[in-house]
Design a protein around this ligand. Structure first.
Ligand SMILES: [Zn+2]
Length: 84
C-alpha cells in the first residue's frame, strides 16, 4: 500500500484542495492532492472540470460572435438585394 513520503502513514484516500496554478502570467484552476494525516502535498494537477467548463464557455462565446456576424452579413445581403 502506498505510504505518505513525509509521515509514512498508508494513504487510502486524499484530500483535494483547490489551488491556483500560475504559468507565465496565466492562472489556471488546479487541485492539490494532500495526505489526510499530515497535509503534505502529494501531487498537483490542473482541474479538469474547470478546464472543460472554460473551454465550453469559450466555444459558446465564439459561436455567439459568429451568429452575430452571420446576422450582419444577412442584413447586408438583404439590403443589396433590395437595392438591386
Ligand atoms: Zn502524510
Amino acid at each position: 500500500m502506498a505510504k505518505c513520503p513525509k509521515c509514512g502513514v498508508p494513504v487510502v484516500s486524499l484530500h483535494c484542495e483547490s489551488v491556483s496554478i500560475n504559468s507565465g502570467g496565466t492562472a489556471f484552476a488546479g487541485n492539490a492532492y494532500c495526505c489526510p494525516s499530515c497535509g503534505s502535498i502529494l501531487g498537483t494537477a490542473v482541474d479538469p472540470l474547470a478546464i472543460s467548463n472554460d473551454l465550453a464557455e469559450r466555444i459558446a462565446h465564439e459561436m455567439s460572435q459568429w451568429g452575430d456576424r452571420l446576422d450582419q452579413i444577412s442584413d447586408q445581403l438583404r439590403k443589396l438585394r433590395q437595392g438591386a
